[in-house]
Design a protein around this ligand. Structure first.
Ligand code: MEV
Length: 437
């Protein structure tokens, strides 16, 4: 497809548009039909049936806001990113970071690997050296016996890419792993990997029993993919001369901003209490994009946290360098996402989200996940080293407080204008409503 599809240019004043105007702008950019959103309602039988069937004992459907952050320039292409989140400030933070970096060269991203993993965990009384010797023959059997499952995936550029046996007997008596690598094309691949592994478990049990009748049959314990995917890896970064960072925080000089930012990231590398919150800020962007695109955010969360602790100490996932007058902020993220299969192809709004992203490949989507994480981390740190997060957050939270206090539409309007340039807090809003009774 031509690169032209990504050349939108900067969208000015998106947040001030009405909902319908926003939808029209997005429709113009992505070719979606604004009616895709309007038709989406759980009272619509076609939608309701799909949602009912995604889970069990469904009695209703739980809605969350679907928002758009425009103006993401990524590898020279323009994107608008869809986010589903209940947390105020997240989408605004994404849009703010996108705007700041649009005029400073945008985001860059590249995929470093797409290998996914899974294991058959088994127990056996024989030695590792016997298994090692048998592995070439066993591997052939495993490939042959799973060919009917992996054939389709191979046509889509995926399949089983490596099979090894790992000796874990020093950790648990008689414990071995059949440790497998997979590529899964544009799918997240959980069903494919688990089907292959379950088949492999039966083959492994039979083949080892037949080859080594002097030992009891291997005891298969589990066959399951791993959500730890350190070789399914993507990097995203932004960079610009430090001198271009003046006034990112109002009235704060570029060098001071870069210095404070560097310290904040350093702290996330040495203090677990801060690292977890730092990464939560990164995941604000990532999980919201996962929800919008129908990806498994629990798998992404688990994998991201494990990756953050991959050297034995839990650390912030992002890095910063301020050297030779250049500011570079980056993230390496282990993330397994798909653009085909699963909920992505079923949920009506997930399908729309994928269209808004111009039907990306899984690799392109991985890059957008890393960009979303970096953007939300950039905004969080910028707020934290500036005026703190509460002033901006509470302004956006004002509506929620008014809802909680059962304010009428008229009072909501009055409060919105009253609190425009005032501190927002629960007691301030409650007192305002009392006064205006
Ligand atoms: C809030 O949802 C996320 C932050 O706490 C992240 C951070 O502290 O970096 C603001």
């Amino acid at each position: 497809m031509s690169e032209e599809k990504y050349k939108y240019g900067y969208i000015q004043g998106f947040s001030a548009l009405s909902k319908n105007e926003k939808l029209e702008r997005i429709a113009n950019y992505s070719g979606i039909n604004p009616d895709d959103f309007k038709k989406y309602s759980w009272t619509e039988p076609s939608v309701s049936e799909i949602l009912d069937s995604l889970s069990e004992n469904t009695v209703s459907h739980f809605s969350l806001p679907f928002g758009i952050a425009p103006n993401f320039l990524v590898n020279g292409k323009d994107y608008v990113l869809p986010f589903v989140t209940e947390e105020s400030s997240v989408v605004a933070a994404m849009a703010k970071a996108a705007k700041i970096w649009y005029s400073r060269g945008g985001f860059k991203a590249k995929v470093l690997g797409t290998v996914k993993k899974g294991q058959v965990h088994f127990f056996w009384k024989g030695s590792f050296s016997l298994l090692k010797e048998f592995l070439p023959e066993l591997k052939q059997k495993l490939y042959n016996e799973t060919a009917s499952i992996s054939g389709n995936m191979e046509k889509r550029g995926g399949g089983i890419t490596e099979i090894r046996i790992l000796d874990k007997t020093d950790l648990i008596q008689d414990y071995f792993q059949l440790d497998c690598d997979f590529k899964t094309g544009d799918a997240m691949g959980a069903n494919f990997i688990n089907s292959v592994l379950e088949k492999m478990a039966t083959v492994l049990e039979k083949e080892i029993s037949e080859k080594f009748p002097e030992f009891a049959s291997p005891e298969i314990n589990m066959a399951i993919l791993s959500n730890y995917t350190p070789e399914c890896l993507v990097e995203a970064w932004v960079e610009c001369p430090v001198s271009k960072l003046d006034n990112i925080i109002k009235d704060v000089l570029a060098e001071v901003f870069a210095h404070r930012f560097e310290k904040a990231v350093q702290i996330s590398k040495i203090d677990v209490s801060r690292a977890v919150t730092h990464n939560k800020g990164i995941l604000n962007g990532i999980d919201s994009l996962a929800l919008a695109t129908g990806n498994d955010w629990r798998a992404i969360e688990a994998g991201a946290h494990a990756f953050a602790a991959s050297d034995g100490n839990y650390k912030g996932l992002s890095d910063v360098s301020v050297k030779n007058g250049m500011f570079r902020f980056s993230i390496k993220l282990s993330v397994n996402v798909g653009t085909v299969g699963g909920v992505t192809n079923i949920h009506p709004l997930a399908k729309t989200a994928i269209k808004i992203l111009k039907n990306p490949s899984a690799s392109e989507l991985m890059q957008l996940f890393a960009v979303a994480g970096l953007a939300s981390n950039f905004s969080a740190i910028t707020a934290l080293i500036g005026n703190g997060i509460q002033s901006g957050h509470m302004k956006l939270h004002l509506k929620n407080i008014l809802w909680q206090l059962n304010a009428s539409n008229e009072k909501i309007q009055m409060a919105t204008s009253y609190f425009k340039n005032r501190k927002v807090g629960y007691s301030e809003v409650r007192d305002f409503l009392k006064r205006e009774k």
